[in-house]
Design a protein. Sequence first.
Length: 147
Amino acid sequence: MKKSNLLTGLIYFLLGIIFLAAAVSFESKLESLLFGFAGAGISSGAVMLWKYYYWTRPKNQARYQEKIQNETIELEDERKTMLRDKAGRYAYIVGLVVISVSVVIFSVMGNLELLKDFQLIVIYLTGLFIFLYVIGIVIYRFLSKKY
């Protein structure tokens, strides 16, 4: 496993600790966001550090080489690359349509003074992010079965 994976895991972990210290030290409206960044940094850093430790152990070296070889074959498969590209394009188009309609809806809601709280927009954008990710996977699987 590359040393860059170890370095990236350490950086994520340390950034998570810095965000945690900032969230605990200061009381502000951004406290919940800082706790979220802290949890994300610490957990993803810890997972990366564990994976580095696990795969660099001598008894796991052969399995790691096999895993890397299989991942390389999967990534370089021309059919799968074409399907990923096509699924990404379709998800992008769906995203553009959804965002365009959303702009109109939020503009109307703002002009009618129905939207005074930004939290609705944040929740909506989070849902949109999840939707776009899922629709990309669904389209890829559909195309994979079709071709």
